[in-house]
Design a protein around this ligand. Structure first.
Ligand code: NAP
Length: 448
């Protein structure tokens, strides 16, 4: 049987599903190295899925089985673009699949966006998720926060801000994050949606979950729900509207915190001199093409913290084509293509980097099956270099001074996190900094 070694860059669901698909192949005996810049695997499942959503995070159980497959090797703490480059990958692997996701925030392009106190939801999510890149600079001394966007990330952020310490204590958030949330002065959270509720990208389950908040009222203006027709709307949208109707029908009960939804409101300016003092929002009307126009009717939300939650975008990768307008690597069925539309041999892409930041975790499996099908078709017709071994990769990394953290190193981090959690009476407490992740992970280096 033919054999091949494939590198997968990124250990989130897209990369791991691709690895899983690769090692299931019957025509080619595939070995996979999953390379990630962070010492811990699982990408956005670890650093994006909200810490109070343990059921979604439980997908880690099946992702872990992929990492434990004998033909799969995890190489954490290895950064593409810094520690290794395309020529390294071309030399050591028959093909590379890039699955680095979409880690950056998008900006809105309004005045005041650069003011202190104007931040991205991505930064807030990284902070509460204990990502080692997060500078720990959220203090939550503000009483009013505006969250711009009508997607699930906006809901995650609003919900975390609206929860009581008791609702968050059992999560795996690092202690400094829990301390800040415990002392939070945030009382009013305004979710700003530029279009009507029928266009919101919230999923109904996440919207319904707001019912369970123990000390927050949800405030929806009924007039904003009736301003457009419901005829012809799909079932999911009608279900969202039913939840919003329920919120609109309930008067506030004097709870400590409030989430206010504002539909048909476009952010037009972030006000402030040295710091955010407010967000100006303009009432909108719908145009025939589904976009909105401003009506000139402007209000100000007195927010001191503005969190943009208007979607993620991918980061271009060295020596690979990038479509900046769409924020993806241009591809045909996962095969990377250059600006002339020619396939770049041995280079593939999957996940958000391939199709943009949309869909649920499972969407990435379908995506990865498509990409791996392309990889296999190409490998069968052109097997390429098969002489390089796993040991040669480890040796080459070692020569470059790169301290890869393999799966057993990750398990040590995992154990340490579980131990830290037990001390606090819960399942896990995350290690949030590079130094300790590396200290714990690198002790088990096999390449030294
Ligand atoms: P998203 O679902 O694409 O939502 C982005 C929102 O930002 C949209 O409401 C969009 O409005 C709005 N927006 C874009 N540009 C704007 C602008 N200039 N001004 C004002 N609003 C603007 O993105 P996301 O919330 O980041 O979520 C990303 C993906 O992760 C989604 O597939 C989401 O479902 C998934 N996710 C799932 C969960 C979960 O299942 N629990 C949790 C988090 C994330 P328009 O529609 O008008 O463009």
């Amino acid at each position: 049987m033919r054999s091949a070694r494939i590198a997968v860059i990124g250990s989130g669901p897209a990369g791991l599903f691709a690895a899983d698909e690769l090692v299931r192949q019957h025509d080619v005996d595939v070995e996979v190295d999953i390379i990630d810049r962070v010492p811990a695997p699982y990408g956005l499942v670890r650093y994006g899925v909200a810490p109070d959503h343990p059921r979604i995070k439980s997908v880690i159980g099946s992702l872990q089985r992929i990492l434990e497959h004998p033909k799969v090797r995890f190489l954490g703490n290895v950064e593409f673009g810094t520690d290794i480059d395309r020529s390294f990958l071309d030399e050591h692997y028959n093909a590379t699949i890039y699955a680095t996701g979409a880690s950056r925030d998008r900006s809105i392009g309004i005045a005041g966006e650069e003011l202190p106190g104007s931040r991205s939801a991505t930064a807030f999510v990284s902070w509460y998720s204990g990502h080692p890149d997060s500078p720990n600079d959220f203090h939550l001394r503000e009483d009013t926060v505006a969250v711009i966007g009508a997607g699930n990330v906006a809901l995650d952020v609003a919900r975390i801000l609206a929860k009581t310490p008791a609702e968050l204590d059992s999560t795996d958030m690092p202690p400094h994050v829990l301390d800040t949330l415990r002392d939070s002065r945030v009382r009013d959270i305004h979710v700003i949606c530029r279009r009507g509720p029928e266009f919101a990208k919230f999923t109904t389950k996440e919207l319904r979950e707001l019912r369970n908040l123990t000390d927050a009222d949800i405030i929806v203006d009924p007039a904003e729900l009736t301003s457009s027709t419901r005829e012809g709307l799909d079932r999911a949208t009608l279900a969202n509207l039913a939840v919003l109707d329920e919120f609109a029908s309930q008067p506030p009960t004097g709870r400590t915190r409030r989430i206010h939804f504002h539909f048909w409101r476009n952010p037009v300016e972030i006000k402030g001199c040295e710091h955010v003092e407010g967000l100006r929002i303009e009432r909108t009307g719908l145009l025939q093409d589904g976009t909105v126009h401003g009506t000139g009717d402007i209000d100000t939300v007195p927010a001191q913290l503005v969190l943009r939650s208007v979607g993620y975008r991918s980061v271009p990768l060295d020596d690979l084509p990038f479509d900046s307008a769409r924020g993806v690597i241009p591809n045909q069925l996962g095969r990377v293509v250059d600006s002339d539309g020619h396939v770049v041999p041995t280079q593939y892409v999957t996940g958000w980097l391939k199709r943009g930041p949309s869909g649920v975790i499972g969407t990435n499996r379908i995506d990865s099956v498509e990409t791996v099908t392309s990889v296999m078709e190409d490998l069968v017709s052109n097997p390429g270099n098969t002489s390089v071994s796993a040991d040669a990769v480890a040796a080459a990394l070692h020569t470059r001074g790169v301290k890869a953290i393999e799966y057993d190193g990750w398990l040590r981090i995992n154990d340490e996190e579980i131990e830290r959690g037990q001390v606090a009476g819960k399942d896990r407490t995350k290690i949030p900094d590079w130094e300790n992740l590396r200290r714990v992970g690198i002790e088990t280096l096999t390449s030294e």
